[in-house]
Each structure stands twice: as structure tokens, then as C-alpha cells.
Ligand binder design. Structure first.
Ligand code: AMP
Length: 241
């Protein structure tokens, strides 16, 4: 047995989960719920990049222009940023990848990294959405800068206009949720990220859920899929060869 395979046998927990889907498909919302239920971190490359931009790090300076126009940040910048994150102590029982991988080369590197760390193939869930619903979700999206809770002024409004239900903080609109930028983000998704879904479908690791249903229904299905990982139920469904 390889060193990686031996390591894998010692691992407990839900393991790696990849949430795929267009911007606005609900990946962030679902990732937070998975994080809470399984005690594993949400790893959002979008959040990490925004942090680098806010802190004006070298990496942030390299990423900012791409992000402002809604294009993908180059793979090498993203890979440098995420380097080492999967080995952090909080990721020992698994992690939820939200917004990564976004391109086929990122997916291929992830496959190698997971293998190297002794993880089984990830649970990959694609939240599929209708284009018009996505537009409504993205243009209506507001979030709390303090606790990160996400609202939608059309679909899930806060109890008091513009204020977070949890801590009363004024809600903000992300800069890249403007319509022209949204269109570019959706183009990047169609051209560069949809092939990632195909990549995982080909290696047999793929579950597609209808992301336009109420979030609770999606969460329930996700929990069933992820629970089966705790008991080894996914083992035979796919290998990344
Ligand atoms: P998100 O919050 O996931 O929608 O990401 C916001 C922006 O960050 C995207 O529009 C991209 O510019 C950039 N970004 C996030 N994750 C990645 C990634 N894995 N690869 C390339 N660019 C990314």
C-alpha cells in the first residue's frame, strides 16, 4: 500500500468537498452550513483574494484588476495563495472548497494535491442554475461585513431594510455584483469553470443538484451526500486515476 493510501486510512471526518456552480448559485451559503455541521473549514478563494486585496499584499495587487472586471485571477496566483492551506490543522478532518477549482488546470493540481495528502477523491457537488435566476440572485445580493451572513433583497430580505438580522450592521453590496461585472463573471463561469464540471463528471465523482430550489432543500440533499462520506459510502463511486 502506498504511503498516501495508508495515511488515508487514518483520516476521519467528512473529507474534501468541492462545491461547483456559477456565481450566485449558493455555494457560499451552503459552504457555511457544511462548515458548521461537519466542523471543517470553508475555504473560499474569493474571500481569501478579497482579504489580500484589502490588505494590499503583493498577491492582492496582482489579483485586484482581474477581480474588478469579473475575470478569473491567473491560476499561478491562486495556487500560490492556497498553497499549504489544505495542511492547516483545522483542515485535518476535511474542508469545503467554495469557488475553487475554477479552471481545469486548478482541478488537476487539486487532484494531485489531495492524492499526495492521502485524501480520498472529493465529494463534488454542482449547484446548477438558470441564467435569469442567477442574475436576480447576484443583483439582489447583500452581505454583512461583520458576520458574513448573506441576504437577497428579492429572495431572502433581512427583517429590517438594509440591516443584518444577527448584529444590526448595515449590509453591503459587493463591488463585483454590478451588472456589467456580473456578465463578465458569468462568461468566465461558462467558458472556464463549466469544463471543471465536465472534468469531474468524467472521473465519476460528480453530483448535480438543482440550485434554483429553496436553500433548505439543497442543504438537506447535501447533508445526505456528505453523511454518506462519514460512513465510507462514496468510496466505490469514483477514483481519480
Ligand atoms: P467569488 O467570491 O468566488 O465569486 O470570487 C470573486 C472573484 O475572485 C472572482 O470573480 C475571480 O476574479 C476571483 N477568484 C475567486 N476564486 C478564484 C479561482 N479559484 N480562480 C481564479 N479566480 C478566482
Amino acid at each position: 500500500m502506498s504511503e498516501a493510501a495508508e495515511h488515508h486510512r487514518e483520516r476521519e471526518g467528512v473529507g474534501p468537498i468541492v462545491l461547483l456552480g456559477a456565481p450566485g448559485a449558493g455555494k457560499g451559503t451552503q459552504a457555511k452550513l457544511l462548515e458548521r455541521r461537519y466542523g471543517v473549514p470553508q475555504i473560499s478563494t474569493g474571500d481569501m483574494l478579497r482579504h489580500h486585496v484589502a490588505q494590499k499584499t503583493d498577491l492582492g495587487l496582482q489579483a485586484v484588476e482581474y477581480m474588478q472586471r469579473g475575470s478569473l485571477v491567473p491560476d499561478d496566483v491562486v495556487m500560490r495563495m492556497i498553497q499549504g492551506r489544505f495542511r492547516a490543522p483545522d483542515a485535518a478532518r476535511g474542508f469545503v472548497l467554495d469557488g475553487f477549482p475554477r479552471t481545469v488546470p486548478q482541478a488537476e493540481i487539486l487532484t494531485e494535491k489531495l492524492k499526495h495528502l492521502g485524501w480520498p477523491p472529493p465529494l463534488v457537488v454542482y449547484l446548477a442554475m438558470d441564467y435569469n435566476i442567477l442574475l436576480q440572485r447576484l443583483t439582489g445580493r447583500r452581505s454583512c461585513p461583520k458576520c458574513g451572513r448573506i441576504y437577497n433583497i428579492y429572495l431572502q430580505p433581512p427583517a429590517h431594510d438594509g440591516l443584518c438580522d444577527v448584529d444590526g450592521t448595515p449590509l453591503i453590496t459587493r463591488k463585483d455584483d454590478r451588472e456589467d461585472v456580473i456578465k463578465e463573471r458569468l462568461r468566465a463561469f461558462v467558458e472556464e469553470t463549466r469544463p471543471v464540471a465536465k472534468y469531474y463528471r468524467q472521473v465519476g465523482l460528480f453530483h448535480k443538484l438543482d440550485g434554483s430550489r429553496p436553500p433548505d432543500a439543497i442543504t438537506a440533499e447535501l447533508f445526505v451526500l456528505a453523511d454518506s462520506r462519514l460512513h465510507g459510502g462514496e468510496e466505490e463511486t469514483g477514483t481519480v486515476a
